[in-house]
Design a protein around this ligand. Structure first.
Ligand SMILES: FC(F)c1nnc(N2CCN(c3ncnc4sc(CC(F)(F)F)cc34)CC2)s1
Length: 489
């Protein structure tokens, strides 16, 4: 059993970030498993004290001295810890026989959390993720409910119940082999919750939301990484509380160094974002972290996650490495093409929409103003990666009940493609399937060389990298070449 031990209590009162690190390290390094309720309450108290309105006001008039925190007394933590255990044990039978949890038990714990939440509140607000928010404000966000259920099961002695995470949803796994699954929280707006049901057997199983059943299934240590990732340093829409984001960065390094982020791509990406803002001495650079997140997703999740590539693409974009950004986004698109778009996938739809209709057009604008030979508009591999990016989105739409593309996508798309001159485009040879080949070779001369390889500037892209492009992309590139060849087109 976990628990608030004397050795933990000896670390209080906690006055600074080092003290918090010692408590987390003590919880993570000792034989028994870390106590999720204790750590979530501690992280929540600190976040709340440093991001509340009073904290903001305080910051303005007398900036508190660097790295210091409001003093964290053991009493503040203990009251809330006992309250959480009280709620759980007065509503649910603790696990006396040390047996695996049942679906009824999991649903029961989810109901206790669910029924104790404030009737109606703004679910997307910040700082609603921790047990501090639950115990002092009876408010939790979607992730917070799932986390509270796992922490509640731990408090009751059900150590087989663990958090399962996709890129935009959370549920639990449980049972003797950890293979049972159950919804315990809601997802998105206006959707009926499916709490108690097992995960995606139906059409939703092909949606990105359930990552083709390759979720991050957490250990207790990875559940600590999830609560640390969920720390939210925002003071308001434009500012972060410096001490909170420093604490989050130090805690993520602690978890990284202990090896608990190896199978958690988004947590590595979160650390990469923090490192880009303020790099820590003697640590791997953020560029490497973004690569490690991708390797983790490829190794453990069959490359079915999108965010590792958009973390990396965002980094390249912010640092004006546009050729590399196109490659990351094309790789992200190669992931999404395998899914069917469903109404639950709004978050990733917005991600691709922003890349296609904001970020890429911005790059084309700044690139086409200059005439440098090194411009990406002269690089066939940039054109190829853009086509791969758009083609993945087209294929994502294919076979989906819900359409992805609409006229709003077309203008920026054509605008972007037509920025590349025909001599650059001609260097991109596209492999098509037999049928397409007949059609294409008749209409527009050679689009491919006879050894059926795609060659960009004589650097061969191996066949496996090139899939058959969606007909609409073919049509667009053909249209562009027509337009270039016959201006009145
Ligand atoms: F790809 C980049 F643009 C991204 N930048 N921030 C991204 N986030 C921020 C952090 N984040 C996460 N970071 C760690 N763990 C998790 S578990 C989860 C799904 C849910 F909230 F549990 F429902 C989300 C998430 C979601 C993705 S992606």
């Amino acid at each position: 059993m976990a628990g608030f031990r004397d050795s933990d209590k000896a670390l209080f009162p906690i006055k600074n970030i080092t003290g918090v690190l010692q408590l987390f390290r003590h919880q993570l390094e000792n034989a028994r498993e870390p106590d999720l309720a204790l750590l979530s309450i501690v992280a929540g108290i600190i976040e709340s004290k440093l991001t509340s309105r009073s904290a903001a006001a305080l910051q303005l008039c007398e900036p508190i001295e660097p790295n210091s925190l409001p003093v964290l007394e053991i009493h503040d933590v203990q009251v809330l810890y006992e309250k959480f255990h009280g709620i759980m044990k007065s509503n649910v039978e603790p696990n006396k026989s040390n047996s695996p949890a049942t679906r009824d038990l999991v649903k029961r714990v989810s109901d206790v959390i669910w029924n104790s939440l404030t009737r109606s509140y703004y679910k997307d607000k910040a700082h609603l993720q921790s047990l501090y928010s639950y115990l002092t404000g009876s408010k939790l966000d979607c992730f917070g409910v799932a986390f509270a259920v796992v922490a509640g099961c731990q408090a009751l002695g059900y150590n087989d119940v663990h958090l399962a995470l996709s890129e935009d949803h959370a549920w639990v796994v449980f049972g003797e082999h950890g293979t049972e699954t159950a919804e315990v929280t809601w997802h998105g707006k206006g959707n009926e919750d499916k709490r108690g049901q097992e995960i995606g057997k139906g059409v939703s199983s092909r949606s990105w939301l359930y990552v083709n059943n390759k979720p991050v299934v957490c250990t207790r240590n990875m559940e600590v990484a999830a609560l640390v990732s969920a720390i939210n340093p925002s003071l308001n829409a434009t500012h972060d509380a410096y001490e909170v984001s420093l604490l989050q960065q130090e805690l993520l390094w602690l978890l990284y160094d202990l090896g608990h982020l190896k199978k958690y791509p988004m947590a590595i990406g979160n650390l990469g974002d923090l490192e880009e803002i303020s790099p820590k001495e003697g640590k791997v650079p953020c560029k490497t972290l973004f690569e490690e997140a991708i390797t983790s997703a490829r190794t453990y999740y069959n490359n079915q996650h999108v965010y590792p590539y958009t973390y990396q693409g965002g980094y390249f974009y912010r640092n004006k490495m546009y050729k590399e950004a196109f490659e990351s986004w094309a790789n992200a698109s190669d992931v999404i093409r395998l899914y069917n778009y469903s109404r639950d996938d709004e978050e990733i739809y917005k991600e691709f929409l922003e890349i296609a209709n904001e970020l890429i057009p911005h790059i084309m604008k700044v690139e086409s103003s200059g005439f440098s030979a090194s411009s990406i508009l002269k690089k066939p591999e940039c054109f190829a990666n853009l086509l791969r990016f758009y083609d993945g989105i087209c294929q994502w739409e294919e076979g989906s009940a819900t359409p992805v593309l609409h006229i709003g996508w077309a203008k920026p798309l054509v605008n972007t493609i037509s920025k590349f001159d025909s001599d650059v485009r001609a260097q991109v040879n596209i492999i098509c399937d037999k049928l397409e080949e007949e059609k294409l070779s008749k209409k527009n001369g050679t689009y491919f060389n006879n050894n059926n390889y795609a060659s960009l500037n004589q650097t061969n892209l191996k066949e496996k990298d090139l899939t058959n492009f969606h007909p609409s992309i073919e049509a667009l590139t053909a249209a562009c070449s027509e337009k270039i060849l016959n201006p009145e087109y």
